[in-house]
Design a protein around this ligand. Structure first.
Ligand code: KG4
Ligand code: ZN
Length: 345
């Protein structure tokens, strides 16, 4: 039987509590704070902390209710301890410690990026999160693209995980959000750009392809953001068609940059599969580009099947926690567990 894990993620502006059993998601409740942060055009850490405080217990109760479970049926508590906003992470960690103490259950500390890494492997059957992964999928190359990260990760197997590239400045999601903000589109802007891009011409405006001179697998998006601003300024007065064309052209430029380094990493490391995760993976246009590339290059392509698993959620933390549960990787002394805002993979 697979353990029932209750997981918590309060790394940014979503309060999420989920219950997973192996690969199966029994509940995945996400209390979004987007409406609150929207008026500031970005996440306000203090507001996020206060909202997490307010929302964590009701979200927990809702997760139990939706899973039709009682507290005493839980086998372990998992919580994100980084990376993320320090004062937001603290709320989830305190709640998890108290719960683990009260229920006398093991506590598992999970790296948020490991959650994104395994988010493709939720499965609606009684199985483990690695049941879809075949030994012939290794080495695997993961692309984790979110509001805070743009990571390329090489997995020789499930135990050997190495980050081979990351952004040197802005993350891809952050770059899209900032461009959308320049166009006054609202927050978070990237999904709005995606919708507008469907009615736009992606070849209308050209943007530079960054980092072509660098020999590593790192990303950079701040130059693209500046080029985007210059293009908007050049147009002076924007028609609604201009905005659609800008959305399509800029989004495509970001995706080209993502693909450029991914392809470079594929050439060097010759992976057998590509794993996609993080909020930007919700973008259907990007998924199409990557799917086509994988098909042409004989690579197995894994991505989060459920929309909720793309952006921040606690179910992905539960999937990652499963592997730690198997190894009995538990926190022995609760006070020692502290948030690590800049935790790396
Ligand atoms: O993984 P995530 O929820 O949070 C972080 O860990 O950062 O990712 C959030 C990012 C934001 O930048 C958001 O605008 C972006 O993912 N995002 C999208 C889409 N939906 C969310 N980017 C592109 N297309 C989307 N449909
Ligand atoms: Zn995330």
């Amino acid at each position: 039987m697979y353990p029932i894990i209750l997981s918590i993620d309060t790394s940014c502006d979503d309060t999420s509590v989920a219950i997973t059993q192996g690969a199966r998601v029994l509940s995945n409740v996400i209390a979004s704070q987007t409406k609150i942060h929207r008026k500031y055009g970005g996440v306000m850490p203090l507001m996020a902390k206060l909202e997490h405080h307010k929302l964590i217990n009701p979200t927990y109760q809702e997760a139990l209710k939706r899973a039709h479970l009682k507290e005493n049926q839980i086998d372990a508590i998992a919580v994100t301890y980084g990376p993320g906003l320090a004062i937001a992470l603290e709320v989830g960690i305190e709640f998890a410690k108290n719960l683990a103490r009260q229920l006398d259950k093991p506590l598992i500390a999970v790296n948020h990026m490991k959650g994104h890494l395994y988010s493709s492997f939720a499965n609606n059957s009684a199985s483990s999160p690695n049941s879809d992964i075949k030994s012939s999928d290794f080495p695997a190359l993961a692309l984790l693209i979110s509001g805070g990260h743009s990571d390329l990760v090489l997995l020789k197997n499930l135990e050997s995980i190495e980050k081979i590239g990351q952004t040197v400045d802005d993350a891809s999601g952050e770059c899209l959000d900032k461009f959308a903000r320049l166009l006054d589109l609202g927050y978070p802007g990237a999904p709005i750009l995606e919708k507008l891009a469907r009615g736009g011409d992606s070849t209308k405006y050209s943007f530079p392809l960054p980092m072509t001179q660098s020999h590593d697998f790192n990303y950079s998006f701040s130059g693209l953001k500046t080029a985007g601003r210059h293009q908007i300024e050049k147009l002076n007065k924007l028609t609604s068609q201009n905005v659609k064309d800008l959305a399509a052209s800029f989004q495509t430029a970001v995706f080209k940059a993502l693909m450029y380094k991914l392809q470079k990493a594929v050439k060097k490391h010759k992976p057998k599969s590509i794993w996609l995760g993080g909020g930007v993976s919700a973008n259907l246009a990007f998924r199409k580009i990557l799917r086509t590339y994988c098909r042409h290059n004989n690579l197995n392509f894994y991505y989060p099947k459920d929309k909720k698993l793309n952006t921040d959620n606690a179910a992905m933390i539960g999937l990652a926690a499963y592997f730690q549960f198997q190894k009995k990787d538990f926190i022995a002394n609760f006070p020692e567990l502290q948030r690590i805002p800049r935790l790396s993979l």
